[in-house]
Design a protein around this ligand. Structure first.
Ligand code: UDX
Length: 456
Protein backbone atom coordinates (compact mmCIF):
# COMPACT_ATOMS: atom_id res chain seq x y z
CA UNK A 1 0.00 0.00 0.00
CA UNK A 2 1.30 3.46 -0.88
CA UNK A 3 2.14 5.51 2.18
CA UNK A 4 0.54 8.95 2.44
CA UNK A 5 3.23 11.66 2.22
CA UNK A 6 4.37 13.18 5.48
CA UNK A 7 3.61 16.88 5.95
CA UNK A 8 6.47 19.33 5.44
CA UNK A 9 8.01 20.30 8.79
CA UNK A 10 8.74 23.93 9.49
CA UNK A 11 10.47 25.44 12.50
CA UNK A 12 9.19 28.91 13.29
CA UNK A 13 11.65 30.93 15.35
CA UNK A 14 10.60 34.41 16.53
CA UNK A 15 12.93 36.79 18.35
CA UNK A 16 12.08 36.28 22.05
CA UNK A 17 9.86 39.31 22.56
CA UNK A 18 6.06 39.61 22.76
CA UNK A 19 5.73 41.86 19.69
CA UNK A 20 7.62 39.28 17.60
CA UNK A 21 6.14 36.11 19.06
CA UNK A 22 2.53 37.17 18.46
CA UNK A 23 2.69 37.60 14.66
CA UNK A 24 4.92 34.56 14.09
CA UNK A 25 2.76 32.37 16.33
CA UNK A 26 -0.33 33.38 14.37
CA UNK A 27 1.50 32.77 11.09
CA UNK A 28 2.40 29.30 12.40
CA UNK A 29 -1.26 28.58 12.98
CA UNK A 30 -2.05 29.53 9.39
CA UNK A 31 0.66 27.14 8.17
CA UNK A 32 -0.79 24.35 10.32
CA UNK A 33 -4.24 25.02 8.85
CA UNK A 34 -2.68 24.47 5.42
CA UNK A 35 -1.24 21.07 6.31
CA UNK A 36 2.29 22.03 7.43
CA UNK A 37 3.73 20.56 10.62
CA UNK A 38 5.06 23.47 12.68
CA UNK A 39 7.33 23.45 15.70
CA UNK A 40 7.71 26.78 17.48
CA UNK A 41 11.21 27.50 18.74
CA UNK A 42 11.91 29.84 21.62
CA UNK A 43 14.51 30.37 24.31
CA UNK A 44 14.42 28.34 27.54
CA UNK A 45 14.04 31.49 29.59
CA UNK A 46 11.08 32.79 27.61
CA UNK A 47 9.25 29.48 27.54
CA UNK A 48 9.06 29.65 31.34
CA UNK A 49 7.36 33.03 31.27
CA UNK A 50 4.65 32.12 28.77
CA UNK A 51 1.29 32.03 30.47
CA UNK A 52 -0.20 29.64 27.98
CA UNK A 53 1.83 27.43 25.71
CA UNK A 54 0.57 26.92 22.26
CA UNK A 55 -1.99 24.16 22.69
CA UNK A 56 -1.60 21.62 19.95
CA UNK A 57 1.54 23.19 18.46
CA UNK A 58 4.81 21.67 19.70
CA UNK A 59 7.30 24.06 21.27
CA UNK A 60 11.04 23.35 21.48
CA UNK A 61 13.59 25.44 23.32
CA UNK A 62 17.13 26.48 22.56
CA UNK A 63 19.47 28.66 24.60
CA UNK A 64 20.46 32.30 24.18
CA UNK A 65 23.28 31.71 26.67
CA UNK A 66 21.65 33.68 29.49
CA UNK A 67 19.86 32.23 32.52
CA UNK A 68 17.67 35.30 32.86
CA UNK A 69 17.18 36.19 29.18
CA UNK A 70 17.96 39.61 27.75
CA UNK A 71 17.64 41.38 31.11
CA UNK A 72 20.63 39.49 32.50
CA UNK A 73 23.02 40.58 29.71
CA UNK A 74 25.36 43.49 30.38
CA UNK A 75 24.50 45.14 27.06
CA UNK A 76 22.46 44.67 23.92
CA UNK A 77 25.62 43.91 21.94
CA UNK A 78 26.62 41.26 24.50
CA UNK A 79 23.16 39.68 24.29
CA UNK A 80 23.15 39.52 20.49
CA UNK A 81 26.68 38.24 20.26
CA UNK A 82 26.19 35.40 22.78
CA UNK A 83 22.75 34.57 21.38
CA UNK A 84 24.34 34.16 17.96
CA UNK A 85 27.01 31.77 19.27
CA UNK A 86 24.99 29.69 21.74
CA UNK A 87 21.80 29.98 19.68
CA UNK A 88 23.57 28.54 16.59
CA UNK A 89 24.95 25.61 18.60
CA UNK A 90 21.70 24.75 20.34
CA UNK A 91 19.59 25.25 17.21
CA UNK A 92 21.90 22.87 15.35
CA UNK A 93 21.47 20.27 18.12
CA UNK A 94 17.71 20.72 18.02
CA UNK A 95 17.57 20.09 14.26
CA UNK A 96 19.78 17.01 14.65
CA UNK A 97 17.45 15.74 17.38
CA UNK A 98 14.31 16.33 15.31
CA UNK A 99 15.90 14.76 12.22
CA UNK A 100 16.77 11.68 14.26
CA UNK A 101 13.34 11.29 15.83
CA UNK A 102 11.33 10.93 12.67
CA UNK A 103 10.35 14.59 12.17
CA UNK A 104 13.02 15.84 9.78
CA UNK A 105 13.02 19.59 9.39
CA UNK A 106 12.41 21.03 5.91
CA UNK A 107 12.36 24.75 6.53
CA UNK A 108 13.06 27.42 9.13
CA UNK A 109 11.01 30.61 9.25
CA UNK A 110 13.16 32.94 11.35
CA UNK A 111 12.83 36.45 12.67
CA UNK A 112 14.74 39.04 10.64
CA UNK A 113 16.43 40.23 13.87
CA UNK A 114 18.38 36.94 13.99
CA UNK A 115 20.15 36.77 10.64
CA UNK A 116 22.65 34.20 12.02
CA UNK A 117 19.96 31.53 11.66
CA UNK A 118 20.61 31.52 7.91
CA UNK A 119 24.01 29.83 8.39
CA UNK A 120 22.37 27.03 10.36
CA UNK A 121 19.65 26.65 7.72
CA UNK A 122 22.25 26.46 4.95
CA UNK A 123 24.38 23.94 6.83
CA UNK A 124 21.44 21.51 6.74
CA UNK A 125 20.35 22.41 3.18
CA UNK A 126 16.90 23.53 4.39
CA UNK A 127 14.52 26.10 2.93
CA UNK A 128 15.06 29.51 4.52
CA UNK A 129 12.31 32.07 5.14
CA UNK A 130 13.07 35.36 6.83
CA UNK A 131 10.11 37.00 8.59
CA UNK A 132 9.87 40.78 9.01
CA UNK A 133 7.56 41.67 11.90
CA UNK A 134 7.45 45.39 11.11
CA UNK A 135 5.75 47.30 8.31
CA UNK A 136 7.11 47.20 4.79
CA UNK A 137 7.60 50.99 4.91
CA UNK A 138 9.84 50.66 7.98
CA UNK A 139 11.75 47.76 6.43
CA UNK A 140 12.23 49.87 3.33
CA UNK A 141 13.77 52.70 5.40
CA UNK A 142 16.28 50.35 7.04
CA UNK A 143 17.02 48.83 3.64
CA UNK A 144 17.87 52.30 2.33
CA UNK A 145 20.23 52.80 5.26
CA UNK A 146 21.87 49.43 4.57
CA UNK A 147 22.39 50.36 0.93
CA UNK A 148 23.88 53.73 1.92
CA UNK A 149 21.00 55.54 0.19
CA UNK A 150 20.25 57.69 3.22
CA UNK A 151 22.63 59.14 5.76
CA UNK A 152 22.04 58.68 9.44
CA UNK A 153 21.06 60.66 11.47
CA UNK A 154 18.46 61.91 9.02
CA UNK A 155 18.15 65.66 9.46
CA UNK A 156 16.12 66.75 6.45
CA UNK A 157 13.00 65.51 4.75
CA UNK A 158 13.62 62.58 2.43
CA UNK A 159 11.88 61.01 -0.49
CA UNK A 160 12.48 57.24 -0.70
CA UNK A 161 11.55 54.83 -3.48
CA UNK A 162 8.10 53.40 -2.81
CA UNK A 163 7.27 55.95 -0.12
CA UNK A 164 5.91 59.48 0.10
CA UNK A 165 8.05 62.30 1.46
CA UNK A 166 8.95 61.76 5.12
CA UNK A 167 10.11 64.27 7.70
CA UNK A 168 12.96 63.20 10.00
CA UNK A 169 10.50 62.69 12.87
CA UNK A 170 8.38 60.39 10.66
CA UNK A 171 11.31 57.99 10.50
CA UNK A 172 12.07 55.27 13.08
CA UNK A 173 13.79 56.75 16.12
CA UNK A 174 16.98 54.78 15.46
CA UNK A 175 17.34 56.62 12.15
CA UNK A 176 16.74 60.19 13.30
CA UNK A 177 18.16 59.84 16.82
CA UNK A 178 20.60 56.87 16.73
CA UNK A 179 22.76 58.18 19.59
CA UNK A 180 19.90 57.70 22.04
CA UNK A 181 19.66 53.97 21.27
CA UNK A 182 23.19 52.60 20.83
CA UNK A 183 23.42 49.35 18.88
CA UNK A 184 19.80 49.21 17.80
CA UNK A 185 20.19 50.77 14.35
CA UNK A 186 22.88 48.19 13.51
CA UNK A 187 20.54 45.36 14.47
CA UNK A 188 17.75 46.72 12.28
CA UNK A 189 20.03 47.40 9.32
CA UNK A 190 21.71 43.99 9.64
CA UNK A 191 18.35 42.38 8.96
CA UNK A 192 19.31 42.81 5.30
CA UNK A 193 22.69 41.06 5.53
CA UNK A 194 22.81 38.11 3.15
CA UNK A 195 19.18 38.63 2.26
CA UNK A 196 19.91 37.71 -1.36
CA UNK A 197 20.74 34.19 -0.13
CA UNK A 198 17.37 33.67 1.56
CA UNK A 199 14.70 31.63 -0.25
CA UNK A 200 11.63 33.48 1.05
CA UNK A 201 11.23 37.03 2.37
CA UNK A 202 7.96 37.33 4.29
CA UNK A 203 6.50 40.52 5.71
CA UNK A 204 3.60 40.99 8.10
CA UNK A 205 1.56 43.40 5.99
CA UNK A 206 -0.94 43.18 3.14
CA UNK A 207 -0.78 44.34 -0.43
CA UNK A 208 -3.47 47.01 -0.46
CA UNK A 209 -2.17 48.61 2.73
CA UNK A 210 1.32 49.28 1.41
CA UNK A 211 0.94 48.67 -2.30
CA UNK A 212 3.64 50.97 -3.65
CA UNK A 213 6.34 50.10 -1.16
CA UNK A 214 5.55 46.37 -1.39
CA UNK A 215 5.89 46.58 -5.18
CA UNK A 216 9.27 48.25 -4.82
CA UNK A 217 10.57 45.92 -2.12
CA UNK A 218 9.34 42.88 -4.08
CA UNK A 219 11.54 43.99 -6.97
CA UNK A 220 14.58 44.40 -4.69
CA UNK A 221 14.11 41.38 -2.43
CA UNK A 222 11.25 39.22 -3.74
CA UNK A 223 9.38 40.26 -0.57
CA UNK A 224 5.93 38.72 -0.04
CA UNK A 225 3.17 40.29 2.03
CA UNK A 226 1.54 37.55 4.09
CA UNK A 227 -0.33 39.49 6.79
CA UNK A 228 -1.95 40.63 8.83
CA UNK A 229 -1.02 37.68 11.01
CA UNK A 230 -3.25 38.29 13.98
CA UNK A 231 -5.60 36.11 16.06
CA UNK A 232 -7.73 34.40 13.46
CA UNK A 233 -10.87 34.42 15.57
CA UNK A 234 -10.84 38.21 15.34
CA UNK A 235 -10.31 38.21 11.59
CA UNK A 236 -13.19 35.80 11.25
CA UNK A 237 -15.32 38.10 13.35
CA UNK A 238 -15.80 35.48 16.04
CA UNK A 239 -15.56 37.73 19.00
CA UNK A 240 -16.36 35.68 22.06
CA UNK A 241 -14.29 33.43 24.28
CA UNK A 242 -16.78 30.60 23.69
CA UNK A 243 -15.98 30.51 19.96
CA UNK A 244 -12.25 30.09 20.40
CA UNK A 245 -10.32 30.09 23.63
CA UNK A 246 -6.94 30.87 22.04
CA UNK A 247 -5.76 34.28 23.12
CA UNK A 248 -2.22 33.86 21.86
CA UNK A 249 1.02 33.34 23.72
CA UNK A 250 1.12 35.82 26.55
CA UNK A 251 4.34 36.75 28.35
CA UNK A 252 2.42 38.68 30.96
CA UNK A 253 -0.58 37.58 32.96
CA UNK A 254 -3.62 39.83 33.36
CA UNK A 255 -3.85 40.73 37.06
CA UNK A 256 -7.62 40.44 36.69
CA UNK A 257 -10.09 39.69 33.96
CA UNK A 258 -12.72 41.82 35.69
CA UNK A 259 -12.16 44.31 32.87
CA UNK A 260 -14.41 42.21 30.62
CA UNK A 261 -17.28 42.53 33.12
CA UNK A 262 -16.56 46.23 33.36
CA UNK A 263 -16.56 46.60 29.56
CA UNK A 264 -19.86 44.70 29.36
CA UNK A 265 -21.44 47.38 31.53
CA UNK A 266 -20.35 50.29 29.31
CA UNK A 267 -22.32 51.84 26.46
CA UNK A 268 -21.41 50.92 22.90
CA UNK A 269 -18.41 52.84 21.47
CA UNK A 270 -17.99 54.86 24.67
CA UNK A 271 -14.68 53.56 26.06
CA UNK A 272 -11.10 54.52 25.21
CA UNK A 273 -8.55 51.73 25.48
CA UNK A 274 -5.03 52.89 26.32
CA UNK A 275 -2.01 50.63 25.89
CA UNK A 276 1.62 51.12 24.96
CA UNK A 277 2.50 47.49 24.26
CA UNK A 278 4.95 45.17 25.92
CA UNK A 279 8.14 47.18 25.74
CA UNK A 280 7.80 50.97 25.83
CA UNK A 281 8.83 52.46 29.16
CA UNK A 282 7.29 55.86 29.70
CA UNK A 283 9.13 58.18 32.04
CA UNK A 284 7.35 59.90 34.92
CA UNK A 285 6.69 63.02 32.81
CA UNK A 286 5.18 61.05 29.91
CA UNK A 287 3.04 59.06 32.35
CA UNK A 288 1.85 62.26 34.01
CA UNK A 289 0.90 63.81 30.65
CA UNK A 290 -0.87 60.67 29.50
CA UNK A 291 -2.85 60.44 32.74
CA UNK A 292 -3.79 64.11 32.40
CA UNK A 293 -4.95 63.60 28.80
CA UNK A 294 -7.05 60.57 29.70
CA UNK A 295 -8.68 62.41 32.57
CA UNK A 296 -9.22 65.55 30.57
CA UNK A 297 -10.92 63.69 27.72
CA UNK A 298 -13.80 63.00 30.11
CA UNK A 299 -14.25 59.52 28.61
CA UNK A 300 -14.52 56.12 30.26
CA UNK A 301 -11.22 54.30 29.93
CA UNK A 302 -9.42 51.00 30.26
CA UNK A 303 -5.68 51.63 30.67
CA UNK A 304 -2.98 48.94 30.61
CA UNK A 305 -0.04 49.86 32.84
CA UNK A 306 2.41 46.97 33.11
CA UNK A 307 3.45 45.97 36.64
CA UNK A 308 6.93 47.38 36.04
CA UNK A 309 5.41 50.79 35.16
CA UNK A 310 2.81 51.09 37.91
CA UNK A 311 5.08 53.06 40.22
CA UNK A 312 5.04 55.93 37.71
CA UNK A 313 1.26 56.44 37.84
CA UNK A 314 0.47 59.86 39.29
CA UNK A 315 -0.36 59.56 42.98
CA UNK A 316 -4.08 59.14 43.60
CA UNK A 317 -4.96 58.73 39.90
CA UNK A 318 -6.61 55.32 40.25
CA UNK A 319 -8.74 56.37 43.23
CA UNK A 320 -9.72 59.72 41.73
CA UNK A 321 -10.82 58.23 38.43
CA UNK A 322 -12.42 55.01 39.67
CA UNK A 323 -15.88 56.14 38.54
CA UNK A 324 -14.60 56.63 35.01
CA UNK A 325 -12.18 53.84 34.35
CA UNK A 326 -9.93 51.01 35.34
CA UNK A 327 -6.19 50.37 35.19
CA UNK A 328 -4.99 46.79 34.61
CA UNK A 329 -1.49 45.32 34.32
CA UNK A 330 -2.20 43.36 31.14
CA UNK A 331 -5.24 42.23 29.19
CA UNK A 332 -6.21 40.14 26.24
CA UNK A 333 -5.87 43.05 23.82
CA UNK A 334 -7.68 41.49 20.90
CA UNK A 335 -10.71 40.71 23.05
CA UNK A 336 -10.75 44.27 24.28
CA UNK A 337 -10.39 45.78 20.81
CA UNK A 338 -13.19 43.54 19.56
CA UNK A 339 -15.56 44.65 22.32
CA UNK A 340 -18.59 46.70 21.29
CA UNK A 341 -17.95 49.21 24.10
CA UNK A 342 -14.69 50.32 22.40
CA UNK A 343 -14.66 53.81 20.93
CA UNK A 344 -10.99 54.37 20.23
CA UNK A 345 -7.49 53.07 20.94
CA UNK A 346 -4.86 55.38 22.39
CA UNK A 347 -1.79 53.51 21.21
CA UNK A 348 1.98 53.78 20.90
CA UNK A 349 1.50 52.35 17.38
CA UNK A 350 3.58 49.22 17.75
CA UNK A 351 3.08 47.37 14.48
CA UNK A 352 1.01 44.58 16.05
CA UNK A 353 -1.25 46.99 17.89
CA UNK A 354 -1.68 49.00 14.68
CA UNK A 355 -2.65 45.93 12.66
CA UNK A 356 -4.93 44.65 15.41
CA UNK A 357 -6.84 47.94 15.58
CA UNK A 358 -6.96 48.03 11.80
CA UNK A 359 -8.39 44.51 11.55
CA UNK A 360 -11.09 45.34 14.07
CA UNK A 361 -11.91 48.76 12.62
CA UNK A 362 -11.01 50.65 15.82
CA UNK A 363 -9.99 54.31 15.26
CA UNK A 364 -6.65 55.28 16.79
CA UNK A 365 -5.08 58.15 18.70
CA UNK A 366 -1.41 57.59 17.95
CA UNK A 367 1.17 58.55 20.58
CA UNK A 368 4.44 57.14 19.19
CA UNK A 369 7.30 56.77 21.65
CA UNK A 370 10.24 55.18 19.84
CA UNK A 371 11.50 52.61 17.27
CA UNK A 372 9.11 52.06 14.31
CA UNK A 373 6.15 53.65 16.09
CA UNK A 374 6.71 57.12 14.58
CA UNK A 375 6.52 55.82 11.04
CA UNK A 376 3.46 53.72 11.84
CA UNK A 377 1.79 56.74 13.45
CA UNK A 378 2.55 58.90 10.40
CA UNK A 379 0.85 56.37 8.13
CA UNK A 380 -2.12 55.83 10.49
CA UNK A 381 -2.87 59.55 10.58
CA UNK A 382 -1.83 60.94 7.19
CA UNK A 383 -1.89 58.07 4.72
CA UNK A 384 -4.45 55.53 5.91
CA UNK A 385 -6.47 58.12 7.85
CA UNK A 386 -7.47 55.65 10.56
CA UNK A 387 -6.75 58.03 13.39
CA UNK A 388 -5.02 61.18 14.56
CA UNK A 389 -1.47 61.64 15.75
CA UNK A 390 -0.31 63.41 18.90
CA UNK A 391 2.87 65.38 18.27
CA UNK A 392 5.75 63.88 20.17
CA UNK A 393 9.22 65.38 20.10
CA UNK A 394 12.37 63.45 19.22
CA UNK A 395 12.58 62.10 22.76
CA UNK A 396 8.94 60.97 22.79
CA UNK A 397 7.75 63.86 24.97
CA UNK A 398 4.15 65.03 24.40
CA UNK A 399 1.46 67.21 25.98
CA UNK A 400 -1.44 65.63 27.87
CA UNK A 401 -3.74 68.43 26.76
CA UNK A 402 -3.20 67.41 23.13
CA UNK A 403 -3.91 63.77 24.00
CA UNK A 404 -7.24 64.81 25.56
CA UNK A 405 -8.06 66.96 22.54
CA UNK A 406 -7.24 64.15 20.07
CA UNK A 407 -9.38 61.67 22.01
CA UNK A 408 -12.38 64.01 21.88
CA UNK A 409 -11.75 64.69 18.20
CA UNK A 410 -11.88 60.97 17.38
CA UNK A 411 -14.76 60.15 19.73
CA UNK A 412 -17.02 63.16 19.13
CA UNK A 413 -15.70 65.43 16.38
CA UNK A 414 -16.17 65.68 12.61
CA UNK A 415 -12.72 64.15 12.16
CA UNK A 416 -13.98 61.14 14.10
CA UNK A 417 -16.67 60.46 11.50
CA UNK A 418 -14.11 60.37 8.68
CA UNK A 419 -11.75 58.21 10.69
CA UNK A 420 -14.49 55.72 11.57
CA UNK A 421 -15.49 55.34 7.92
CA UNK A 422 -11.92 54.79 6.72
CA UNK A 423 -11.17 52.41 9.62
CA UNK A 424 -14.08 50.24 8.52
CA UNK A 425 -12.78 50.29 4.93
CA UNK A 426 -9.32 49.10 6.03
CA UNK A 427 -10.84 46.43 8.23
CA UNK A 428 -12.69 45.00 5.23
CA UNK A 429 -9.55 45.11 3.07
CA UNK A 430 -7.44 43.34 5.72
CA UNK A 431 -10.00 40.55 6.01
CA UNK A 432 -10.17 40.29 2.22
CA UNK A 433 -6.36 39.84 2.05
CA UNK A 434 -6.28 36.84 4.37
CA UNK A 435 -9.39 35.04 3.28
CA UNK A 436 -9.20 32.20 0.76
CA UNK A 437 -7.97 33.61 -2.56
CA UNK A 438 -6.94 36.95 -0.97
CA UNK A 439 -3.54 38.47 -1.78
CA UNK A 440 -1.82 37.27 1.42
CA UNK A 441 -3.48 33.87 1.23
CA UNK A 442 -2.12 33.38 -2.30
CA UNK A 443 1.42 34.25 -1.17
CA UNK A 444 1.18 31.83 1.76
CA UNK A 445 -0.10 29.09 -0.55
CA UNK A 446 2.91 29.58 -2.83
CA UNK A 447 5.23 29.29 0.14
CA UNK A 448 3.44 26.16 1.37
CA UNK A 449 3.56 24.57 -2.10
CA UNK A 450 7.31 25.21 -2.33
CA UNK A 451 7.85 23.38 0.99
CA UNK A 452 5.94 20.38 -0.14
CA UNK A 453 8.05 20.24 -3.30
CA UNK A 454 11.28 20.60 -1.33
CA UNK A 455 11.22 17.24 0.40
CA UNK A 456 9.66 15.21 -2.42
C1 UDX B 1 7.67 46.00 19.81
C2 UDX B 1 7.82 47.43 19.30
O1 UDX B 1 7.64 48.38 20.31
C3 UDX B 1 6.91 47.65 18.15
O2 UDX B 1 6.97 49.00 17.77
C4 UDX B 1 7.33 46.72 17.05
O3 UDX B 1 6.55 46.94 15.90
C5 UDX B 1 7.21 45.29 17.53
O4 UDX B 1 7.99 45.12 18.70
P1 UDX B 1 5.47 46.24 21.36
O5 UDX B 1 5.96 47.56 21.81
O6 UDX B 1 5.20 45.23 22.38
O7 UDX B 1 6.41 45.62 20.22
O8 UDX B 1 4.12 46.61 20.56
P2 UDX B 1 3.18 45.81 19.59
O9 UDX B 1 3.86 45.54 18.30
O10 UDX B 1 1.94 46.58 19.50
O11 UDX B 1 2.92 44.41 20.29
C6 UDX B 1 2.28 44.28 21.53
C7 UDX B 1 1.47 43.01 21.53
O12 UDX B 1 1.09 42.74 22.87
C8 UDX B 1 0.21 43.11 20.71
O13 UDX B 1 0.05 41.94 19.94
C9 UDX B 1 -0.89 43.22 21.74
O14 UDX B 1 -2.11 42.61 21.37
C10 UDX B 1 -0.31 42.52 22.93
N1 UDX B 1 -0.84 43.07 24.19
C11 UDX B 1 -0.50 44.32 24.61
C12 UDX B 1 -1.69 42.28 24.92
O15 UDX B 1 -2.04 41.16 24.54
N2 UDX B 1 -2.16 42.78 26.10
C13 UDX B 1 -1.85 43.99 26.57
O16 UDX B 1 -2.33 44.35 27.65
C14 UDX B 1 -0.98 44.81 25.80
Amino acid sequence: MEQSPRPAHCLVFPYPMQGHINPMHQFSKTLVSKGIKVTLVTTKFLSKSFQQLSGSMPVETISDGFEGGYASAESLEAYFSKFKKIGSETLTKLIEKLNATGFPVDCIVYDAMMTWVLDVVKSFGLVSAIFFTQSCAVDNIYYHVKKGLINVPVENRVSLSGLSVLEPLDMPSFVHNPGLYPGLLDIMVNQFSDIDKVDWVLCNTFYKLEEEVIEWMSKQLRLRAIGPTILRKCLNNQKTREDDTDNGLQMFKPNTDAYMNWLNEQQDHSVIYVSFGSLAELNAEQMQELAYGIKQSGKHFLWVVRASEEGKLPKGFVEETSAKGIVVQWCSQMEVLAHKALGCFVTHCGWNSTLEALCLGVPMVAVPIWTDQRTNAKFVADVWRMGVRVDTDKNGVFKGEIVGHCIREVMDGEKGKEVKTTSKKWMDMAREAVKEGGSSDISINEFVASLTQHYK
